[in-house]
Design a protein around this ligand. Sequence first.
Ligand SMILES: Cc1cc2nc3c(=O)[nH]c(=O)nc-3n(C[C@H](O)[C@H](O)[C@H](O)COP(=O)(O)OP(=O)(O)OC[C@H]3O[C@@H](n4cnc5c(N)ncnc54)[C@H](O)[C@@H]3O)c2cc1C
Length: 634
Amino acid sequence: MSQKRYDVAVLGSGIAGSTLAAILGRQGFRVLLLEKGTHPRFAVGEAMQPQSSMLMWILGERFDVPEIQNISSTERILEHVTKNCGVKKTFGFLYHEEGQRQDPAKAHLLIPPATPLVSESHLFRQDIDHYLVKAAIKYGADYRDKTDVQDFTINEDGVVLHTTAGEELHARFLVDGSGHKSVVANKLGLRQAVPDLRTQSRTIFTHMTGFKRYDDTLPPNERPGLSRGWYEGTLHHMIDGGWFWVIRFDNVPGSESDITSIGLTLDMRKYPPRMDVTPQQEFYEIVERYPSIAKHLEGGVAVRPWVGTGRLQFSATDSAGPRCFLMSHAHGFIDALYSRGMINTFEQIHALAPRLMQALRDDDFSPARFEYPRQLQAAMIKDNDRMVFNSFRGFGDFDAWNAWLRLWLVNIIFGDLRMFRVCLKYLETGDKAEFESLDRDPLPLSTLPGESPMEDLYAFGDKTFDRWEAGEISAQEAAAAIFEKLGQMPLPPIHDWSDPAACHLDFLPEKLVQMVGWGKTVAPPSLSRMFDFDPSVLGKLAPPPVAVPELALADDVALDRVHASTPLPSTFPLQKDRALPVQLSEAAALRFDPPTPDWLQAPETSKEVPLAKGFPAQGLPPVRRTPASVTPKT
Ligand SMILES: Cc1cc2nc3c(=O)[nH]c(=O)nc-3n(C[C@H](O)[C@H](O)[C@H](O)COP(=O)(O)OP(=O)(O)OC[C@H]3O[C@@H](n4cnc5c(N)ncnc54)[C@H](O)[C@@H]3O)c2cc1C
């Protein structure tokens, strides 16, 4: 029995748990990082977004953990972390119709602006997560793998964790980063049996090698001819009822990988779970119906087992309990579409970490102290749900999808700007307090009509799609209404927002200058307040070292801090070999339940969103209700 008492026990050493453990350790707290499995291990969540990279940059800067910042740029990953990652310089969305070649007029290639601050990558998560665990160890966290915590008790002065090996571990506070099977959510009854969410999707995925770049399957006159190609980022193939992701790890000079992550996510309203085929068979059945996707994936060979999941969505009634808190992926999840998972994860860590450190110093863990991160998590989930659910609705008709994607684009531009502004204000002043302002922004879905043009635009799109789904208007009328609304909005003059044919956006540097100029002069006050930064400070990168304020630590908080320049522990070398166990690892099996008979019965009692006019179910073979089995191996 261990008598050591930690300040914080972090359950789960995924990207969330190890990032938080590194931050807390760096700031002088005694951290216990517990992992049921071992590293390196397979994990999904590979595509970044400008917001996830900026949040990593911010976390690294604010809490003096350069290892976290190393993930915020492809160059830094390749230099310091692993050569197995790819680059994400584009978001590509190709709309496909059954039995037909992809129509180049139904495609969107969106190229975010390049800045010297951060860049986005395709993360080979087994290496990234492992690297962050090593960072946590370096900053003093006690890391224990193969330690399965299935129960805990909370008493007046702390938390006692009970491992399945019969051991008791003691901490003042517990943070649960163990994902959707969260021990805390289950024990405290926070997990919603039927999530109060509209999206209903499931997914099939693997890692592959051996197929072409999409660009190479096209005749030259069908390439958009922008500053970047489809292969240079995350490519999405959209179909009625689902979407594929294509995340290459081999698409940047310096990468030594030959692997691509491939997945297909299906709207369960159109594609109910099937027990009569393997995930691989179902995947290829669908691929074969879309000639351009089939051509793209021709020659592809899976290098790890196929995984098929049940419903992806889950949520919790709360993120906090007495002396404990759920990290984002333990609280809830919607869908991989638009790569929101890591944004939610890092935004939540950014909101939680300073409050937790203050609570530890004051030895006061009252729930009121965690009110903001609690609300943030609930709001992010609802907001993501609205975004993804409407996207699935839009996939049923290109015009509708074309319109909805513009709303996402507006949302992402202003979401990115929110982070960018804070980073630039910090570079200008050198004051880390600038980062705190991120926690003062209104939460998603919290504004009243008229207060936030972006929220109003979204709410309008959502209601318009409701009317479409109810059969009151056609898809074309819904799309026209959204484009008309976009034309009325005060949006930056970097794109023809009301033109359905203006699909691509190449956000060249001059457009960034144009947008900032617009923001500082013409934009209405509700938006111009986001442009109160000096863009010339980007030239200051890297910022001069900022003095770290002395921490007023509680008596029982460790004072010895590790210097950032200390090398990472070498006891856990990164595994260069991509060939992790070629069978579904225990960790993956834990996270991805195959569809079970239990699940199949769930819709009868769930708040399932019914299919309405314009959303015909596909003619699929009947579902055979066979006993649950582990996802078959290839
Ligand atoms: C199919 C899919 C695709 C996704 N794609 C993207 C994407 O492209 N971009 C993006 O930003 N996000 C994506 N996400 C979301 C992303 O995967 C998550 O946000 C992120 O992985 C969460 O990391 P985590 O550390 O919280 O959880 P995890 O990575 O799940 O780590 C949890 C850890 O806890 C351990 N554990 C579990 N139970 C216990 C226990 N009892 N005791 C101790 N340890 C335990 C596990 O072994 C594991 O190591 C995707 C998610 C899914 C499901």
